[in-house]
Design a protein around this ligand. Structure first.
Ligand SMILES: Nc1ncnc2c1ncn2[C@@H]1O[C@H](COP(=O)(O)OP(=O)(O)O)[C@@H](O)[C@H]1O
Ligand SMILES: [Mg+2]
Length: 456
């Protein structure tokens, strides 16, 4: 069986059973020893009693009296003189009694001693107490007890122990079976959930209770499922957008190519169609370039190589490079920058960011308007603001412009060659620098793109 609940349960069971066995065994041994000890003590005390009586009056009448008393009891007595000769006895002389009397060494303390202790093998146990009168040993009182009663008692004890042991093993099995099931149920659920996940079914719902490690694992799986579901949805949407973006220019290319290849077309007209095809191809090239850029940014391998950069000289270089583009549209372009601001940026990537923003500023502003970049140090970091006086962004579009393929004016953006990917590339790069970007705009008046970078 491969089931984890079974393995866990078996492991627990082996350990608990081991512990139980040790405990039961030691309890049993202790109890048995205690009981046997008591039996010996009682027998010895009884012998000592007789001995005390006999020490007071050591005569045949008393001997007879003691023997009679014992003949009524379960125990037996044998009284000998100091040489071991039997003076009197209750009931009868047991064969074992003679052997014991013969073998007992005669140096016996006055409090008596055990003469035969092997209760397991012999028919009787025995004690002996010396009778001492005036410092002289007069004889010995031997007490005998049948071991059958002891054996019976031990057997009963054994039965009790077996019953209790059996019951506790049963209870242990039940408890462990229940517990291991309770512990493993969430694990099994999680296993099923991850199996579903690996098959691409992200609709897993785990009921997570509590705060322990298992609950945390459950929550992690749940989050993972959510993330995967989101990614899948996003990927599908992304693919749909890409195919949509490509379909329009391809339709144009195909349509115009079809017209352009007609034989009886004027040269001038053919050239017009060919240049439309060229423009569309350029647009697609741009789209593919941007997509490639995004794909690179998306990869985990994407790394930025930050280096300490003086922001002002960085902006100056940018200004020199971009100036002609502004002049071509009769726009002004200025930058203001607090001195000695050093930022840690990947210069190539950050140039990409600024170019995208300036490209937008040029694209979405009228002739003769002004664009400026401002860089300053603020409490929470370095702030870079690109402002223009262009058409601005409607309030309802403002939260979406950093999304992929989002354009405020879908139809017109075709004519100015936008792919809708510029700002999402900007966002990825800025965030990879540990910064953030947002837009503020007043429709019809102008737009500000605000980048915040961590200082140093
Ligand atoms: N400076 C700006 N002024 C007005 N609208 C802007 C500006 N920058 C961005 N936008 C709007 O945000 C959209 C997304 O910008 P972007 O991601 O750069 O895509 P693209 O430039 O390819 O259209 C643009 O289509 C435009 O509608
Ligand atoms: Mg753009």
């Amino acid at each position: 069986m491969k089931k984890i609940s079974f393995k866990l349960g078996l492991l627990f069971f082996v350990f608990v059973l081991g512990i139980e066995t040790i405990l039961f065994a030691s309890l049993y041994v202790t109890l048995v020893n205690l009981r046997i000890h008591e039996e010996f003590q009682q027998l010895l005390a009884r012998g000592n009693n007789h001995r005390d009586v006999l020490e007071k009056s050591f005569d045949p009448a008393t001997l007879e009296h003691v023997a009679t008393m014992e003949s009524e009891a379960e125990t037996d007595v044998v009284i000998t003189d100091d040489t071991g000769k039997i003076l009197c006895y209750s009931d009868h002389i047991l064969p074992i009694a003679e052997r014991i009397i013969e073998n007992t060494n005669k140096n016996i303390p006055h409090r008596g001693m055990i003469a035969q202790k092997n209760w397991q093998k012999e028919s009787h146990i025995s004690t002996v107490s010396p009778i001492r009168i005036g410092g002289e040993i007069k004889g010995y009182v031997y007490m005998f007890q049948n071991t059958e009663s002891i054996q019976n008692m031990i057997d009963k004890l054994k039965h009790h122990f077996m019953a209790v042991g059996f019951l506790s093993v049963l209870l242990t099995i039940i408890t462990i079976a229940l517990l291991s099931r309770i512990i493993t149920i969430p694990l099994i659920r999680m296993k099923q959930a991850t199996e579903k996940l690996s098959k691409g079914d992200f609709s897993v719902r785990l009921q997570v209770k509590g705060e322990d490690e298992l609950a945390e694992l459950g929550k992690a799986i749940q989050t993972l499922a959510g993330d995967l579901e989101y990614l899948k949805k996003e990927r599908n949407e992304f693919l749909a957008s890409i195919s949509h973006e490509l379909r329009t220019p391809l339709t144009f290319v195909k349509g115009y190519a079809d017209i352009a290849r007609r034989p009886n077309l004027a040269e001038e007209e053919r050239n017009r169609y060919l240049s439309i095809i060229y423009e569309e191809a350029e647009q697609m090239q741009k789209l593919v370039k941007d997509l490639f850029e995004l794909a690179k940014l998306d990869q985990h391998s994407f790394q930025i190589h930050k280096e300490p950069t003086n922001l002002c000289s960085f902006l100056k270089k940018l200004h020199d490079k971009m100036h002609p583009a502004f002049e071509a549209k009769k726009m002004s372009f200025a930058y203001h920058c607090e001195k000695n601001i050093t930022v840690h940026i990947d210069q190539k990537r950050f140039e990409q960011v600024m170019m995208n923003l300036l490209d937008n500023a040029i694209k979405f502003s009228g002739e003769g308007s002004a664009v400026s970049i401002e860089a300053r140090r603020e409490k929470h970091g370095i702030v870079l603001i690109v402002s223009d006086e262009g058409r601005g962004i409607p309030e309802m579009d403002l939260p979406h412009i950093f999304e992929r393929f989002y354009r405020v004016d879908k139809s017109r953006s075709r004519t100015n060659g936008g792919t809708g990917l510029g700002l999402s590339i900007v966002k990825e790069i800025v965030e990879a620098h540990g910064g953030s970007v947002r837009a503020a705009s007043e429709y019809g008046k102008g737009t500000k793109i605000i980048i915040t970078l961590p200082e140093g």
